[in-house]
Write a protein that binds this ligand. Structure first.
Ligand code: ADP
Ligand code: MG
Length: 238
């Protein structure tokens, strides 16, 4: 487990600044949601925490260690993407164990960690199946499983449920939250869906055009929105 600290983080693509000075503190074990309209910079911010984009200025720290220049694989982070492309030619077990295989973990240890993760996700009966034989929800669980086998200090989720239908999305929200509570892993979860944010988060960070508009617990944002933007965004139907 670990804290995550962002200090005046900025990102420019060429002359265009898309993250304009973001400072956020995330506590050990907290489930924080970054929410905001499409294009406001959510994915860019998450990708900088993952190390998939360079930080133009400012600091990113995990467990009080500045990681601006640490390679993604050395950040003790695992990310679940929106288009969680599973490897079609690999079984569920192989998909989940692949990053451990790359890291040189011995086979019996990989099997043990994969079986453990599969059990916590209800995937034990599916370990020898291929992605095309799974439902959307099961594929999403495999994508989550790929992240948890690595036993990271921090989970990052980028709109992981956006390809699922509405009913399944609601179910997967609580599954992800239950799993995260059980593991106690600090998590940063991106969505453009304010209902998802309000129902899942310990703490919500509202982003607009590369800037933080408000940080607070769901009820705080609901009861005391900092401005008209937050009030309108949180109050509008998804
Ligand atoms: P969100 O995830 O909130 O929808 P993004 O972080 O994907 O937003 O994008 C924020 C802004 O940065 C957008 O205007 C987008 O066009 C721009 N952007 C993202 N990635 C790049 C890139 N690699 N090069 C140039 N502009 C980018
Ligand atoms: Mg995005």
């Amino acid at each position: 487990m670990a804290t995550v600290k962002l200090r005046d983080v900025r990102k420019a693509f060429g002359a265009i600044e898309v993250i304009k000075g973001v400072t956020v503190d995330i506590a050990d074990g907290e489930f924080v949601i970054l929410v905001g309209p499409s294009g406001c910079g959510k994915s860019t911010l998450l990708r900088m925490i993952a190390g998939l984009e360079d930080v133009t200025s400012g600091d990113v720290a995990i467990a009080d260690r500045r990681i601006n220049h640490v390679a993604p694989k050395d950040r003790d982070i695992a990310m679940v993407f929106q288009n969680y492309a599973l490897y079609p030619h690999m079984t569920v077990a192989q998909n989940m164990g692949f990053s451990l295989k790359l890291a040189g973990v011995p086979k019996p240890k990989i099997r043990e960690q994969v079986e453990h993760a599969a059990e916590s996700l209800g995937l034990t009966p599916y370990l020898d199946r291929y992605p095309k034989e799974l439902s959307g929800g099961q594929r999403q669980r495999v994508a989550t499983g790929r992240a948890i086998v690595r036993n990271p200090a921090v989970f990052l989720f980028d709109e992981p449920l956006s390809n699922l239908d509405a009913a399944l999305r609601v179910q997967m929200r609580s599954e992800i939250r239950e799993l995260q509570r059980r593991l106690g892993v600090t998590s940063i979860y991106v969505t453009h869906d304010q209902v998802e944010a309000m129902t899942m988060a310990d703490k919500i960070v509202v982003l607009r055009d590369g800037l933080v508009e408000q940080v607070g617990a769901p009820l705080e944002l609901y009861d005391r929105p900092a401005n008209v933007f937050v009030a309108t965004f949180i109050g509008s139907p998804s």
